[in-house]
Design a protein around this ligand. Structure first.
Ligand SMILES: C[S@@+](CC[C@H](N)C(=O)[O-])C[C@H]1O[C@@H](n2cnc3c(N)ncnc32)[C@H](O)[C@@H]1O
Length: 235
């Protein structure tokens, strides 16, 4: 049975054993992970005027940069980030009153984290592959999201790819015979291959469908190494 503590220990290992560096990398990759492809997908599926009074939740919000982007764009919105890695939380700056952070383990059944039918939009950008299983989160979202209408979950994540494509992307062309590649690097590479390669696009779509979400859009990105999915809670 996972607990906040065991999840934090798992994440620290998954993030390379150096939490500070992982948080720094998350800050540095913010622009790339919320680039124009993501923005276009968001604009297509999140139908909200800029002055909407709504509740948007960023699941696995890291140091909170996307929450700050959302605050700029939707100044009347209530914004909540959910995060559990202490080194990510350490990098969250002082935030405007409209933004708050909840420390919780999204592997767990959390019926009381948000009131039933209270969230307009939820986003999970590269969270799902870090969960032990995503079903508890999808079930929680069925409680938390408002039904029908524009109430959407936008999910972006890495998906299954052949070992050759994963290795050449991660090693940026380095030959596997290169003596610079230590046993430790190779071990990390193969552990991460399993952890990043957990789901095929169809697995995510099937799980969301089995959890009774209506699929709005499925868009492979990054040459098929990742996917953007928009779903809606049924009426
Ligand atoms: C790859 S990072 C992405 C961060 C951010 N969404 C972004 O796009 O920059 C995934 C984030 O999810 C958080 N996370 C992973 N598992 C979690 C869990 N069980 N509960 C809460 N947060 C979790 C990690 O600590 C990390 O900050």
């Amino acid at each position: 049975m996972p607990s906040l503590k065991s999840t934090q220990a798992y994440l620290e290992r998954h993030h390379g054993g150096d939490g500070k560096l992982a948080a720094q990398r998350t800050l540095e990759s913010h622009q790339r992970n919320h680039d124009e492809v993501f923005q276009a997908f968001w604009n297509q599926h999140v139908v909200l005027s800029n002055d909407a009074e709504c509740h948007i939740v960023d699941l696995g919000c890291g140091p909170g940069l996307f929450l700050q982007d959302l605050h700029q764009r939707y100044p009347q919105a209530t914004l909540t980030g959910v995060e559990c890695a202490p080194y990510m939380l350490d990098q969250v700056p002082d935030l405007p009153e409209a933004i708050n952070i909840q420390v919780a383990d999204l592997n767990l059944d959390l019926p009381d984290l948000f009131p039933t039918n209270s969230i307009d939009i939820a986003v999970a950008n590269r969270l799902v592959h870090e969960l032990h299983q995503p079903v508890s989160l999808f079930r929680n979202l069925q409680h938390w999201l408002k039904p029908g209408g524009v109430f959407v979950l936008v999910l972006v994540d890495m998906v299954r790819q052949p070992l050759k494509s994963y290795v050449s992307h991660e090693l940026k062309g380095t030959n596997l015979n290169d003596p610079q590649l230590t046993d430790k690097t190779l071990e990390d590479l193969f552990i991460h291959f399993l952890e990043h390669n957990r789901y095929h696009v169809d697995d995510l779509v099937d799980l969301l469908t089995l959890c009774e979400f209506k699929i709005l859009a499925v868009e492979p990105i990054r040459s098929g190494r990742a996917v953007q999915i928009a779903v809606q809670k049924s009426e």
